[in-house]
Design a protein around this ligand. Sequence first.
Ligand SMILES: Nc1nc2c(c(=O)[nH]1)N[C@H]1C(S)=C(S)[C@@H](COP(=O)(O)O)O[C@H]1N2
Ligand SMILES: [Mo]
Length: 331
Amino acid sequence: MIILNQSKRNPSNIQPSEITPREVFEHRRSFLKAAGFALAAGSALLLSGKTLAAEKVAFKAGTGQKINGYSKTAYGAGEQLTPYKDITTYNNYYEFGTGKSDPAIEAVLFKPRPWTISIEGHVKKAKSISIEDLLKLAPLEERIYRMRCVEGWSMVIPWVGLPLASLVKWADPTGNAKYIEFISANDSLTMPGVRSPILDWPYTEGLRMDEAINPLTLLAVGLYGEYLPNQNGAPVRLVTPWKYGFKGAKAIVKIRFVEKMPLTTWVKAGPNEYGFYANVNPNVDHPRWSQSSEKPIGRGLFADRIKTKMFNGYSEQVGQMYAGLDLNKNF
Ligand SMILES: Nc1nc2c(c(=O)[nH]1)N[C@H]1C(S)=C(S)[C@@H](COP(=O)(O)O)O[C@H]1N2
Ligand SMILES: [Mo]
């Protein structure tokens, strides 16, 4: 992994804008080392022990509730799926901690029901929708999507969800609605991560209107035929498979229709490193690491990296939305 050597730097000098998911994680490891935990256990052992704990918890935390009445689709047919265990124990969800195995362990107290999403901004009438009504807005579909994290790893996930376009239609936006902002839950009682100012909470993401209503864009409510485990964004999260994973806001509580491009959490945290578009692009490197390849999760430690594709392989479905846009500037 290509990371800055944090050990030579005083952590108090690090600006929030310099913090990336990878660095926070690595920093946490060095903190644990400094605290002497690792002296006894060895940090590798400590981490693998934690991963094992996360795997045990994942199967309990997963609601295990089967979704009835969703249809299979041709999306991703024939792809090699990432195992359930990996999808549910190797997570990014900073509201529950910065370690990959933290969300599976820490999200057990999170309550995804009852749930309502409030719809605000440039709509004919502000309103809200319960998760039960959301599930009835459109037929639920299974879609196997390749997912690529900005950190350089990827998974293939069988999501169950409905097109975001169906919620947009129900929301009835006005002509002034050019972008949509997604706001995640920010509950300090059940989300230990939001008690630390690692990010500017609540987590927010955004899409341009045409991206939002693109047929690929999903509101996911489940995976592997079951309702979403908390650590994957229960009860409802965004999925935009041609963009880096961080666009996929989890546990959405608010959707705001806005006129101007919203300033999203990761853009605020590091404007030179994370752009609003965040389209997967092997030709535009992150300032501190290459984006040309990715490690497939769940195929063992020695699995070869695979070449990252433009728009994560979804050029045909989304490429035309960016015709004429300089993707080097609009990363
Ligand atoms: N609310 C919220 N949503 C989030 C994140 C987060 O920290 N908080 N992390 C993002 C990142 S960086 C990634 S890669 C994906 C990971 O989704 P998964 O854990 O379901 O694979 O969630 C995204 N959505
Ligand atoms: Mo990510």
